[in-house]
Design a protein around this ligand. Structure first.
Ligand code: AMP
Length: 496
């Protein structure tokens, strides 16, 4: 949206600059309308997250925004709050079969969560019509839903185009367009649909463009959609969420099921999200876990919308503790309290690793991400580590030998500060740790005696064999008793 375009009186770069000079520490500082502030109090939001502190003032001035932020950073509110404020201050009756705000998101789940957020933050604003246009459910209710016009339409691209083709909606009244998770839209092949949608919009609009990463093609898309955008970024491009403790277990492919069971038995878990590469693989893992007495369910593209919603609701409520998902199905999972992400299969796209582990450590909490890596996935691990510039602490469950450090990793890892997760610095100081003690995810071993053993061996230099108390090669041993690094001292292992 250009500076002169906004008839609600929002404008001028000077307003943005003025905002930037003032540290914004509470939501009151933004000048949001009272009904929105009231809803935020009820949501227990006291402090804006970094993406919110940066984005909200800019959106309020009517400027276009490119936001580089992952899910879990509070980015939904960073666009939803100023949009609701715009709707509140510029009261207009939406025309029939039209929407004032269009939010495009890649998955049904994410779309549902965005619509829920708008409803929650806008609960004291009346009238306020928010509709969802997603596939997998009958279209007729959605046609009726937009018939009288709505303030906010949250849609996946395919279903939106279906509605357009059925003449259920026209898009020429859209004042604000939000494109969420643009990089995932690209991965999922939605780019042409998005271009078609954008071609139907009027030029005088505000566009808010969010992506976790900015590969070249996404930059090109943004350039074609945005006018003089302000760029905000809450994490460096494709960096890994800071509060996540990451670990890798090198294992045989055939041992992964047992390793998962061991992990669930020895880790202190709350909610666990397990990623597999395929839908079939997800179902197989569910069957194995159920056979071993764990309550687990899968969510993937072959499940009906109803099944997916039920499983997600159970996971959210805590009734279901272990959820197995494929990348696409998990994209929009916004569940606070996911304590562990387990990569049963490593993703072949490094960005997917960042997206996956971003399901934990949400809303200011910590989280653990454990990745199983078999022989065929070694190259994926290398690509991931190169991208996140961290050597993830690993143990080798096949041979008991730590993999040899690669100079590039060592160099990169050693440039990063130790985030104080425990005793890794000790190991590094003794010269035996391949991460030089600077791996930010290195941490205190839950087993004090093992920690000592690891350090002693480290002092002898080189890449020491990891003590393997109870395993033989190819056979999973107890995760908790070897080198696993745990935040916050000793925790009592608990079975799920
Ligand atoms: P998002 O990145 O939008 O998916 O948000 C991640 C989670 O953080 C959601 O559960 C939000 O409800 C929560 N959240 C967003 N903003 C805040 C805030 N300022 N204070 C506390 N929680 C928040």
């Amino acid at each position: 949206m250009s500076k002169n375009r906004d008839s609600a009186g929002r404008s001028s770069d000077s307003a943005v600059l003025a905002y930037r000079k003032i540290p914004l520490t509470t939501f009151n500082d933004f000048g949001l309308a009272e009904p929105i502030l009231r809803a935020l109090v009820e949501e227990n939001y006291t402090t804006p997250t970094p993406i919110q502190a940066q984005t909200i003032p800019i959106v309020l001035t009517g400027k276009d925004v490119i936001g580089i932020a992952q899910t879990g950073t509070g980015k939904t509110a960073s666009f939803a709050l100023p949009i609701l404020n715009h709707i509140f201050t510029k009261r207009l009756r939406p025309e029939r079969k039209s929407c004032r705000v269009l939010v495009l998101s890649p998955t049904r789940e994410l779309s549902g969560q965005i619509a829920d957020s708008f409803r929650a933050y806008g609960r004291h604003m009346k009238p306020l019509a928010i509709e969802l246009a997603i596939g997998g459910v009958p279209i007729n209710r959605q046609i009726r839903g937009v018939a009288h016009g709505v303030e906010v339409l949250v849609a996946t691209p395919g279903r939106l185009l279906d509605l357009v083709h059925q003449r259920a909606i026209t898009l020429n009244q859209v004042e604000i367009l939000v494109l969420d998770e643009a990089d995932r839209m690209l991965d999922m092949g939605f780019i042409n649909d998005i271009r078609k949608v954008v071609a139907m919009l009027r030029k005088e609009r505000q566009t808010l463009f969010f992506s976790a990463t900015m590969p070249g093609e996404i930059t090109k898309l943004a350039d074609s959609m945005l006018t003089n955008p302000e760029k905000v970024a809450v994490t460096p491009q494709a960096s890994t969420v800071d509060r996540i403790e990451q670990r890798v277990i090198l294992t045989e492919k055939s041992a992964k099921n047992d390793l998962l069971v061991e992990t669930l038995k020895t880790e202190t878990t709350d909610r666990v999200l397990v990623f597999t590469r395929t839908k079939h693989g997800a179902d197989k893992v569910v069957r194995h876990l159920q056979k071993c007495g764990f309550g687990a369910e899968a969510i993937h593209g072959n499940k009906s919308q109803n099944q997916r919603e039920r499983v997600l609701a159970d996971f959210r409520s805590g009734k279901l503790r272990i959820l197995i998902a494929t990348d696409i199905a998990a994209r929009g999972i916004d569940v606070d309290g996911v304590s562990h992400v387990v990569n049963y299969d490593l993703p072949n796209i490094p960005e997917s690793y960042v997206h996956r582990i971003g399901r934990t450590a949400r809303a200011g909490r910590d989280g653990v991400a454990i990745s199983f890596c078999d022989h065929e996935e070694a190259a994926f691990l290398r690509d991931i580590q190169r991208m996140i510039r961290i050597t993830i602490p690993s143990i080798d469950k096949r041979t008991g030998i730590r993999p040899a450090a690669r100079p590039a990793d060592h160099h990169q890892a050693s440039n990063r500060p130790n985030r104080g997760r425990g005793a890794a610095g000790n190991n590094g100081g003794n010269g035996g740790n391949r991460n030089g003690g600077n791996n930010r995810n290195g941490g205190g071993n839950r087993n004090g005696s093992n920690q000592g053993r690891t350090s002693n061996r480290g002092s002898q230099g080189g890449n020491p064999p990891i003590p393997r108390a109870e395993s033989t090669p190819g056979e999973p041993n107890s995760i908790g008793s070897v080198t696993f690094l745990q935040r916050g001292g000793n925790r009592t292992p608990r079975a799920s």
